[in-house]
Design a protein around this ligand. Structure first.
Ligand code: NDP
Length: 360
């Protein structure tokens, strides 16, 4: 059965939702095209796609012919589904591609997301959603106009330990939340990388890693931070040109909780800690894609089954189900916008050397 036929059947109520394979249906999967065959696409997303239940890699977009050849050999993608940035719009007519997954440097996220939505495709856009909140708003406007779905590549919204953290936070399991520490950093000493170019990365570690620290804190607090105070540090201006080596920031929440974070391009740190009135939880490692999250708590809780080798499997399958069932996306563009609104305020706080009230 073709997907479009199944879509009609969904309206029949009793069958509801996507028809499962077990019912003897030849289920068609959601076809995904990866745009930008860099590290993340190569090492994480393509292998993760092989393990998904509802997705398949059906197309690629690249400016590097040698990569295209390698990928075709490895994943059996036909010539007709291989695109360049020049003929990107031809994807519009490619029925095998339902979702365009933007895995490009940050400064290209908004442009390619908007172009893909305008082509009538669903989109997954990698983090950070855009270079600032203004770009995110334009992306959301394009999504609304298109009627298509948009997911931000927030794999941790679908990671079991982070989901448990969110549930415990929502339930006030240990009483009121008091203090959080939420930090992520690694050594990014390659001056040639687009991540080190403010016009391409958007401003170093805070752009690359800030969303993780922010979203863990606000998902534990189950509310949005009101105010931020931030500081930028740079011990090597010759290497970190026009961006900060470390950015520290403190968020305060309406419920009285505070969160302290450092993002760094020159130190390895990967940890989230939440202290509540009657207990605490910690995840260390917490955020990195290549490592398993380790959750410890002040009391023994029911063990959690890990996500397998790739956190992106659950993220992409969830999006496929959103498309199949026409349900709401959890890691939505609205979530991406909130994080950029907070990052914009962090940048302003550093610049103006004062506490900033965050506007949403
Ligand atoms: P890479 O630099 O490794 O890859 C980016 C790819 O984009 C390049 O290899 C290239 O692919 C393509 N590209 C097109 N134009 C340019 C350009 N002007 N400059 C550089 N590259 C260009 O980056 P990553 O794969 O590490 O990151 C890509 C995105 O994924 C980023 O937004 C990043 O934040 C995000 N990411 C998300 C992670 C997560 O856990 N969710 C983890 C890591 C990254 P080609 O040669 O095929 O054209």
């Amino acid at each position: 059965m073709k997907r479009r036929t199944a879509g009609k059947l969904m309206g029949l109520g009793a069958l509801g939702g996507w028809l499962p394979k077990q019912m003897g249906v030849d289920q068609e999967k959601i076809g995904i095209a990866l745009v930008g065959l860099g590290n993340y696409a190569t090492r994480q997303l393509a292998p993760a796609l092989q393990l998904t239940q509802y997705c398949q890699l059906t197309g690629i977009v690249s400016g590097t012919p040698s990569k295209v050849k390698d990928w075709q050999g490895k994943y059996g993608i036909e010539d007709v589904h291989c695109y360049t940035y020049e003929n990107f719009e031809d994807i519009a007519a490619d029925d095998k591609i339902d979702v365009v997954y933007i895995v490009l440097p940050n400064f290209m996220h908004a442009e390619y997301t908007i172009r893909a939505l305008e082509m009538g495709k669903h989109v997954i856009c990698e983090k950070p959603m855009g270079l600032d909140a203004d770009e995110c708003r334009k992306m959301l406007a394009a999504q609304t106009a298109s009627g298509k779905k948009l997911q931000i590549g927030y794999r941790l919204y679908h990671e079991p330990h982070h989901k448990r953290m969110h549930e415990l936070g929502v339930a006030l399991h240990w009483g009121p939340l008091k203090v959080m520490e939420s930090s992520l950093g690694f050594r990014m000493a390659n001056p040639a990388s687009w991540r080190m170019d403010p016009s391409k990365g958007g401003g170093g570690a805070i752009m690359d890693l800030g969303v993780y620290c922010i979203q863990a804190a606000r998902r534990m607090a189950n509310q949005l931070p009101q105010k931020v105070s931030a500081q930028g540090f740079n011990t090597d201006p010759g290497l970190f040109k026009g961006l900060f080596e470390h950015v520290s920031f403190q968020l305060s929440f309406p419920n009285g909780a505070v969160s302290n974070s450092t993002t760094s391009f020159n130190a390895y740190v990967d940890r989230f800690h939440a202290a509540c009135e009657r207990g605490w939880l910690q995840m260390q490692p917490s955020f990195n894609a290549g490592q398993q999250v380790v959750l410890t708590t002040s009391e023994e809780l029911e063990p959690i089954e890990g996500p397998g080798p790739f956190q992106q499997v659950a993220q992409m399958d969830a999006f496929a189900r959103n498309i199949m069932d026409d349900t709401e996306v959890i890691a939505s563009g609205e979530e991406g916008l909130i994080d950029l609104q907070i990052i914009d305020a962090i940048k302003r706080s550093i610049e103006e050397e004062r506490m900033i009230e965050i506007s949403y």
